[in-house]
Design a protein around this ligand. Structure first.
Ligand SMILES: [Zn+2]
Length: 210
């Protein structure tokens, strides 16, 4: 299983039946900025460089409705993929009354996505206009079905890729299909093989969140 490249369709949905061919060295359009493809699948930006994340009740516990060790994946990516790589300060904060992001895990069934990010109707603030629309109180959902039934999320790299990927969406990063000369990709690629950003994305984030 771990040798099979899994692909995520546009806006974080994972196509478990498909194996996505690696796109040659080309940018598939903009890699940063808000976009809204449907009422429930939008990418918004954060409202500032301080990006607090709050976990729901039993997040990441060893429970069939959670994704074991997902807490560690999110914590590590906040630190190593964003705080360390960019100007953004990204961190867990359970006491923030207005977290920028809430994360939840649950068995939502065979949905074809491992993770999904959107600006829910119970957000705590929105502003700006496309492509700079921001949303506070974004929601990331990690689907425990793909840990317990389909086991792809039992792979450490997959969990870290999905965590980096969905957190990236909450800051305005879109999908990035660039493949380096050495074959390395960004976690914003839809192949589940990376846990860091690439330089172009770091530049976009640093320019927007100085
Ligand atoms: Zn995505």
């Amino acid at each position: 299983m771990s040798q099979v490249k899994k692909a995520m369709a546009f806006l974080c949905t994972l196509l478990l039946s498909g194996v996505l061919a690696i796109v040659p060295n080309s940018s598939a359009g903009a890699i940063f900025g808000s976009i809204c493809e449907s009422a429930t699948e939008c990418i918004s930006l954060g409202n500032n460089k301080y990006h607090s994340v709050q976990t729901d009740g039993s997040f990441g516990s060893n429970n069939t409705y959670d994704v074991p060790n997902m807490w560690y994946a999110v914590r590590d990516r906040l630190q190593y993929s964003f705080t360390d790589q960019t100007n953004v300060q990204a961190y867990f904060d359970q006491s923030d009354p207005y977290p920028d992001v809430r994360v939840a895990d649950y068995d939502w069934g065979n949905t074809n996505w491992l993770g999904a990010t959107y600006c829910p109707s119970n957000n705590t603030g929105t502003g700006g206009n496309h492509p700079d629309r921001w949303c506070r109180g974004q929601l990331i959902k990690f689907n425990a079905y793909y840990y317990w039934v389909n086991t792809v999320m039992q792979d450490w790299t997959v969990r870290h890729h999905v965590a980096c990927h969905e957190l990236g969406h909450t800051l305005g990063l879109r999908h990035n299909y660039y493949v380096g000369a050495d074959g390395t990709i960004s976690c914003m690629h839809t192949l589940l093989d990376a846990r860091l950003l690439r330089s172009g994305e770091i530049g976009e984030l640093n320019a927007h969140y100085p």
